[in-house]
Design a protein around this ligand. Structure first.
Ligand SMILES: [Zn+2]
Length: 105
């Protein structure tokens, strides 16, 4: 297999063609190649690497964290594998106790 995006044209054993898709694997949303004929899902090397990194991130953050006091305000800490100081974060409330955090570069 070469290093270009030709892998996308890979054919499934069923004769179908793999297309880029997003699937939930172990509760993690990840890019995959999916055969739209038989629904077989496979990962490119890069996609597998990204999923592995995602798993590492999940492991490092654990399931629950506590809100801590930081001066006159409150914060939630993250391990440095996930974020870095000065990184921009977009906070979108979706319910009174649920937020989506989207980190920039
Ligand atoms: Zn197939």
């Amino acid at each position: 297999m070469d290093h270009k995006r030709k892998a996308i044209k890979m054919k499934c054993d069923c004769g179908g063609v793999f297309k880029e898709s997003v699937e939930e694997i172990d509760g993690l949303e990840t890019d995959v190649l999916k055969c739209f004929k038989c629904a077989f899902v496979t990962l490119t090397r890069e996609q597998a690497k990204r999923l592995m990194k995602l798993r590492q991130m999940v492991d490092s953050i654990g399931k629950k964290r506590r809100v801590v006091r930081i001066g006159n305000t409150c914060g939630v800490t993250f391990p440095p594998i996930l974020v870095h100081p000065g990184q921009q974060v977009d906070i979108r409330p979706i319910s009174p106790n649920k937020y989506i955090l989207t980190f920039g570069k």
